[in-house]
Design a protein around this ligand. Structure first.
Ligand code: AMP
Ligand code: MG
Length: 267
């Protein structure tokens, strides 16, 4: 799969209306199951190699509007991957302690260690999304954050972290259906809050904030990918491809065995 077509070219204007939400790549859900299994097996192997080598760090940042599919993506794409080498950090409304610090403080503490993959379920980007939409800090403060974020991520990549940023793109009617499901299906009720409807009323403001985020912070070092996410199976396929292809390119090697290991017999 050519993943470049999902990448936001640094320095280009982004209008999300030009980016499809319901793309299926001309594929059929039933035709890609083997492909998904193969990608999942390869991800398991690459993660083991990353861990064994213990040198590089991988950060996967996932952002989306409510119901965009962040949790489902993590569940499916990382299914079967050794949990010892993968961490998920979910960023909720900041605590008083977190708010008393700069906005990157809580985020930096969760960046990956050597050999580790860390997935951010929401991230520092909330500080230019929900914060911007609801004026949680003055514009003169949040407007400087795009530059901070570019520089923060550059520092991380300079220090050996590979960053993959995924924006899950759904359309407004898809969100309506997913929210309705959360109301109508008892086992999904726990995911619903009336606050979600209040947020939905700000749909256009969020789309605007996402566009600015994508164009201001997609860099060569840490590119954004816009993932068509109305169809969950296609979303999972594209994301698996992006992660596997990126890990393949890391040029990793198994650590050299201890000297004299060949021919050693255990008694
Ligand atoms: P959920 O992911 O559905 O559990 O919701 C987490 C909530 O925390 C969302 O409403 C986010 O907008 C909110 N949140 C995350 N980070 C921030 C932040 N930096 N400032 C304000 N709200 C945030
Ligand atoms: Mg929620």
């Amino acid at each position: 799969m050519d993943i470049a077509r999902f990448r936001v070219q640094p320095g280009t204007d982004v209008d999300l209306e030009d980016w499809p939400t319901d793309d299926d790549g001309g594929l059929d859900k039933d035709d890609i199951e083997d492909r998904l299994d193969d990608l999942n097996d390869e991800l398991e192997e690459l993660q083991e190699l990353l861990f064994a080598e213990g040198k590089q760090k991988v950060l996967v940042v996932i952002q989306a509007i409510d119901t965009g599919g962040k949790d489902g993506t993590i569940r499916h794409v990382f299914d079967g991957v050794n949990p010892s080498g993968v961490r998920v950090a979910a960023f909720k409304k900041p605590t008083d302690e977190e708010l008393a610090h700069d906005y990157l403080w809580r985020v930096h503490a969760h960046t990956p260690r050597s050999g580790e993959i860390t997935i951010f379920n929401r991230s520092h980007y909330e500080d230019v999304l929900v914060v911007r939409v609801h004026d949680l800090v003055p514009a003169q403060r949040w407007s400087k954050r795009y530059r901070h974020i570019r520089e923060f991520e550059k520092m991380l990549t300079d220090e050996g972290t590979t960053i993959i940023k995924l924006f899950l793109h759904i359309n407004k009617d898809e969100q309506r259906q997913r929210l309705q499901d959360r109301i109508d299906q008892p086992h999904k009720n726990w995911k619903f809050s009336f606050g979600d409807l209040a947020e939905r009323a700000h749909w256009d403001d969020y789309q605007e904030a996402f566009c600015v985020m994508l164009q201001e912070t997609s860099t060569d070092a840490a590119p954004w990918y816009v993932i068509p996410s109305d169809r969950k199976w296609y979303r999972n396929l594209v994301i698996s491809e992006i992660i596997v292809q990126t890990l393949r390119n890391l040029d990793m090697a198994w650590p050299a065995p201890e000297e004299g290991i060949a021919g050693t017999v255990v008694d």
